[in-house]
Design a protein around this ligand. Structure first.
Ligand SMILES: [Zn+2]
Length: 287
């Protein structure tokens, strides 16, 4: 599943290539992928893309008229822009569709622009979705989300306050979307390792200094991964230039169970927390 750095990386690429493109038509090849299209389809013709934004892992394509598009890639979604010369930009789930002819078997929606360029929404497992709320209703989609991890207004004080109310381990706390959005499983393990915090201790027992360090670690690791295009594990596609991420080469603890800790040489442990694997060093992470 793409995590925040992959989604933010796609946003940055699409924001560059989609701005000022005017929609000629939209083809929906699978109704489930874009449910509101059947009633609103004609509304979008002739509209211009103003910018591409993001909140949590939901992309928002801001249009010139009443409606915007919201897109969630879920498990296997991809967004691939192809200009009229065949140049590609985008990303999402690593698969052969990154390089194969499009539309492909997993193409669900095609946005055609006036200049002949196209944006393909591919989704193998069809859990992803596109919606088109009225602009003034976009906010409602996000009422259950806490601030984004890269929100410049996010403070350690806010996290400490939120932690007082919760009886959960710090690892699950930082992954809770109601507290903060965007710290996925990889980045939770990595930032706890970087700051030497035991992933199993209760969030309410984290002291202010450690919370400050943890916040900075989460933000810097996620920004670094975003700049590298995120983390791509599927070996077959890690070399696809402009699509694959590079952060898998910089992982310090995630996926390294039974290997030596890069700081102290002890064995990295793997445990389950809330159904997800946590990787940590029981020697280095005792805070
Ligand atoms: Zn260690």
């Amino acid at each position: 599943m793409p995590e925040l750095p992959e989604v933010e990386s796609i946003r940055r690429k699409l924001d560059v290539v989609l701005r000022q493109r005017q929609i000629a038509k939209i083809e929906v090849l699978r109704d489930k992928s874009f449910l509101s299209f059947s009633t609103l389809g004609n509304e979008f013709i002739g509209q211009t893309v103003l910018e591409v934004k993001r909140r949590a892992k939901i992309l928002q394509i801001v249009l010139s008229d009443k409606y915007d598009f919201l897109i969630h890639l879920k498990m296997t979604g991809q967004l691939i822009f192809v200009d009229k010369n065949g140049q590609r930009a985008g990303g999402g789930h690593p698969s052969a569709d990154w390089v194969n002819d499009l539309p492909g078997r997993h193409t669900r929606v095609i946005f055609h622009f006036i200049d002949g360029s196209r944006l393909f929404f591919n989704d193998m497992r069809v859990f992803g979705w596109i919606r088109s709320p009225l602009k003034q209703e976009v906010k409602k989609e996000f009422v259950n989300y806490g601030p984004d991890i890269n929100d410049p207004n996010l403070t350690a004080k806010y996290l400490l306050e939120a932690a007082k109310k919760r009886q959960i381990p710090i690892k699950q706390f930082i992954m809770d979307n109601k507290v903060i959005c965007g710290v996925g499983n990889i980045y939770a393990s990595e930032s706890l390792f970087m700051t030497g915090i035991d992933p199993t201790i209760s969030a309410r027992n984290i002291n202010p200094k450690d919370m400050e360090n943890l916040l900075q670690a989460m933000q810097s690791i996620i920004e670094r991964s975003t700049q590298l295009g995120g983390t791509t594990f599927d070996g077959k596609y890690v070399g696809v230039d402009g699509f694959a991420g590079g952060f898998q080469n910089e992982l310090q603890v995630y996926g390294r169970d039974d290997q030596s800790c890069l700081k102290c040489g002890n064995k990295i442990s793997k445990i389950k927390q809330g159904g997800r694997g946590t990787f940590y060093c029981s020697f280095c992470q005792q805070k």
